[in-house]
Write a protein that binds this ligand. Structure first.
Ligand SMILES: Nc1ncnc2c1ncn2[C@@H]1O[C@H](COP(=O)(O)OP(=O)(O)OP(=O)(O)O)[C@@H](O)[C@H]1O
Length: 646
């Protein structure tokens, strides 16, 4: 394995070493061969297990001597797209090999008459960057806005045939779509001006986009499977296959992606799709019909093309998710691949008891061709996840889960601050962040063996910088409230402790004075603008100095994929809406084999609603602790988890 690893990584070794990466993680090893063989794959590994590099490295290899627009990566949020582009740029041969495409940059693209963007733009405009780049990292709304803009037809469509690889990061979010609205509920659907307004949160995304028609760039937003106002963990809702297919067919993003993967020769199979096509056909003008030629450069709907037999797609599809499921695999195959085309599920995880990857590297890698998806996924799945068809992947083994009861938001934030304070105190006492455990069993062998600089941190990397804790709230509104509460409560906490604890007062006051919070989005934006932490020690140090120790964000898809290596803990002050939301939220900590804490503060009602399901689905203990017991545990145990799992 080491020889393989050396060969695989030698090309990019210097750049990787600057990132603190010296040997591949299991998913990176497992993904290499299938991607090189140009198979369609779904990379399924836990949060923070290195899925980005697992596809970025092979993608960069595919760029060798390739023309512009050879690789397209789609990621659900602006922040994640920037993060991926930053990783790719750090490894790319030329910085302008990689460009990002957001909805707001499309407006700055070329006027329709321009044919040579590079000269007129002086090489610096988004248009020039997008034309020259060989790897494009786009958000769904960037892609959709581009397809609807003149720039697409006149400049970029001609480049599209060069596309060889399409990567869908967080594919479960990208494909998530609710069944199209019934005729009676259409009156409540968003208008085209709503759609133009951009990616609002909530349940109106895909169908709103579908309804917006050709007049407006369709906006995209992930659609929750249940009421967004639900405050309690909703029962897992599995819509029927037909409903899922209808939703996929109605999604503007899926239609755009389908056009890319299938070159416009896709035949929709569901009855609903045929009905929709017939209805639209009746209303269509001759001109609209003529535009559905199946040409890749055509902005028409690929899903409407009446291709007889689906040809083998020329674009390779790579998808990633830490929360894949059997139904996701079916959706990807239905939506984006010709019938009968296999999608290989590349899975890397620990053994069945979720033992650390280091103890099970040899058996950690399982691949399955998902033509018989259910069987393959279920066979790999640990007992407690098999029911849900989630596959063999669980939570990072370095994560320690704590649950405590609080009766109000005020008391949750107070306790969150005390918890963060305890973790910072632990770091002060031990000279290292508590979550970077010295002997963290969670570290994959390949990481632990090569990267451990003695304190659990990569030897060649600056210490992780940035926020130490992430407070995840129900929604944006609550997040604002929490920001306010933090600014009020942190100094109060400090003063109270200073009075009560004499000698410790100075240290407490010092720590508390820096217990500030900022919205996660602002921190990430600053980090991206400032060059971020990856591979840049100076930028890391600067970010560390500037970053408040607490980031605040709303639960949901906005935090998907974000990599904050400095996080010691994620504190949930709102109940997660479902198991996947919990998985992705707490997965911001304990990344890359580190240890970390997931602290969930709930009212009794919230705890009753969600603890059973989290425990059953994830195999974690959700026993609720008292405030004192939680703080005592954090004070005592900043180290690696021991028996957090049942
Ligand atoms: N081989 C490696 N050695 C050391 N660190 C690595 C290696 N591969 C990735 N990392 C680091 O691991 C962290 C997590 O990687 P990444 O963001 O790709 O995780 P992910 O699997 O995509 O997580 P998520 O599911 O949350 O999106 C990053 O900080 C990255 O630099």
């Amino acid at each position: 394995m080491r020889v393989l690893a050396r060969r695989f990584w030698s090309e990019h070794a210097p750049a990787l070493a600057r990132m603190g990466v010296r040997a591949p993680f299991p998913i990176q090893l497992a993904a290499r061969e299938p991607i090189a063989r140009r198979e369609h794959v779904l990379l399924h590994a836990e949060t923070g297990s290195g899925k980005t590099l697992a596809y970025v490295l092979p993608a960069l290899r595919a760029l060798d001597g390739a023309p512009p627009w050879s690789v397209l990566v789609v990621a659900p949020t602006d922040l994640l797209a920037e993060q991926i582009a930053r990783v790719a740029r750090a490894l790319a041969l030329a910085a302008d090999d990689v460009a990002t495409l957001h909805a707001h940059t499309v407006a700055e693209m070329a006027p329709p008459h321009a044919t040579s963007a590079v000269d007129s733009a002086g090489g610096a405009s988004p248009r020039a960057a997008a034309l020259r780049a060989r790897m494009i990292v786009a958000t769904p709304n960037g892609l959709l806005a581009l397809r609807a803009s003149p720039a697409w037809r006149h400049m970029l469509a001609p480049a599209m045939p060069t596309l060889r690889l399409l990567v869908l990061d967080e594919v479960d979010v990208l494909l998530r779509a609710r069944a199209p609205p019934s005729p009676t509920s259409r009156a409540q659907q968003p208008t085209p001006s709503d759609a133009r307004a951009g990616p609002a949160t909530g349940a109106r995304g895909a169908e709103g986009a579908a309804d917006a028609g050709a007049d407006a760039p369709p906006a995209w937003a992930p659609t929750p499977l249940h009421s967004p106002s639900a405050r309690e963990l909703a029962p897992v809702h599995q819509p029927s296959r037909a409903a899922r297919n209808r939703a996929l067919d109605a999604s503007a993003l899926v239609r755009a992606l389908r056009q890319i993967t299938l070159g416009g020769s896709f035949r929709e199979t569901s009855r609903s799709a045929r009905a929709r096509r017939a209805a639209r056909g009746r209303a269509a003008t001759g001109g609209e019909r003529a535009s559905r030629s199946g040409d890749v450069g055509d902005a028409g709907d690929a899903g409407d093309a009446d291709g007889a037999d689906a040809p083998a797609p020329r674009v390779q599809l790579v998808c990633c998710s830490a929360t894949a499921s059997a139904s996701l695999v079916k959706d990807v195959r239905y939506a984006l691949l010709p019938p009968g085309t296999p999608l290989r599920v590349v899975c890397a995880t620990g053994d069945e008891q979720h033992a650390p990857m280091s103890r099970a590297t040899a058996k950690a890698t399982a691949t399955a061709t998902a033509s018989a998806t259910d069987a393959a996924m279920a066979a790999d799945a640990p007992r407690h996840r098999a029911q849900r068809g989630v596959g063999a992947v669980g939570l990072p083994a370095g994560l320690r889960h704590h649950f405590a009861l609080c009766d109000s938001l005020h008391s949750k934030v107070t306790l969150a601050l005390m918890a963060v304070d305890k973790l910072c105190a632990h770091a002060d006492e031990h000279g290292a962040p508590p979550a970077e455990a010295r002997d963290a069993p969670a570290a994959p062998a390949t990481l632990a063996a090569h990267n451990d600089g003695g304190d659990g941190l990569p030897a060649t990397c600056a210490p992780p910088s940035g926020p130490r804790a992430l407070i995840a709230c129900h929604d944006e509104e609550q997040a604002l409230l929490v920001l306010e509460l933090v600014s009020k409560l942190a100094p109060l906490n400090a003063a109270q402790r200073a009075r009560g604890r004499g000698a410790a007062a100075a240290g407490d006051a010092r720590r508390a004075s820096v217990l500030r919070a900022a919205p996660l989005s602002a921190l990430r934006r600053a980090s991206v603008d400032g060059g971020g932490t990856m591979g840049d020690a100076a930028a890391a140090a600067a970010a560390h100095a500037a970053a408040p120790p607490i980031a605040v964000c709303a639960l949901g898809d906005g935090m998907r994929g974000l990599d904050l290596p400095s996080l010691a803990a994620v504190v949930l002050v709102g109940a997660p809406r479902d198991v996947d939301e919990y998985t992705h939220a707490v997965g911001r900590a304990a990344r890359a084999g580190r240890a970390g804490h997931a602290i969930t503060l709930l009212t009794e009602a919230e705890w009753r609603a969600c603890s059973g399901q989290l425990s059953a689905a994830l195999g974690i203990s959700t026993r609720a602790l008292s405030t004192d017991a939680l703080l005592a545990r954090l004070a005592r145990d900043g180290g690696p988890p021991r028996s957090a799992r049942k």
